[in-house]
Each structure stands twice: as structure tokens, then as C-alpha cells.
Ligand binder design. Structure first.
Ligand code: ZN
Length: 88
């Protein structure tokens, strides 16, 4: 058999464009069950798309958390840094 597949393609997935479309539909809760089924089957075999999915999902959750709570002040990082310095 061939050993050429030993070196993985670093730029991911031949179906990536399609996967990304479905991924975004899923995040918007607009994917059909066919599309969702395809995607879940696909990420079972494709680590590249699986990672994209995890990243996008976490971004979405992060945004939802932020929207659910008060907007995070732009100077929050500075405030935290100040507190760390003060308690040190
Ligand atoms: Zn893929």
C-alpha cells in the first residue's frame, strides 16, 4: 500500500468549504437534519473540521455569555491587571 498519506495535508480538508458552510448554518440553528448528519459524520473522520467546529462553538458560547451578561468594559483587562498588582 502507499505510504504517501503518512504526511498529512496541513491545509486540511478537501470538503472544507462545504463543511464551513454547514458549520455556520448549524451555529445559526439553520442547518437541516441532513446537513447536520453529514457534518457530524464528517468530523468523526476529519480532525481539521472537528477543530474548526470546536473553535467556532466556543466563540459562539463566549459571545452568548457576553451578551447575556453586561457588556465587558473595554478597560476590564487593565482593571484586572491593577488588582493583580495590588494584591501582589
Ligand atoms: Zn473536513
Amino acid at each position: 500500500m502507499s505510504e504517501t498519506s503518512e504526511k498529512k495535508e496541513s491545509n486540511g480538508c478537501a470538503e472544507f468549504k462545504k463543511c464551513l458552510e454547514i458549520l455556520h448554518l448549524m451555529l445559526a440553528n439553520e442547518a437541516s437534519s441532513d446537513e447536520e448528519g453529514y457534518f457530524h459524520e464528517h468530523i468523526g473522520n476529519c480532525m481539521f473540521c472537528f477543530e474548526q467546529y470546536e473553535v467556532e462553538k466556543q466563540i459562539k458560547e463566549l459571545l452568548q455569555t457576553k451578551l447575556a451578561n453586561r457588556p465587558v468594559p473595554a478597560d476590564l483587562a487593565a482593571t484586572i491587571r491593577l488588582k493583580v498588582f495590588q494584591s501582589a
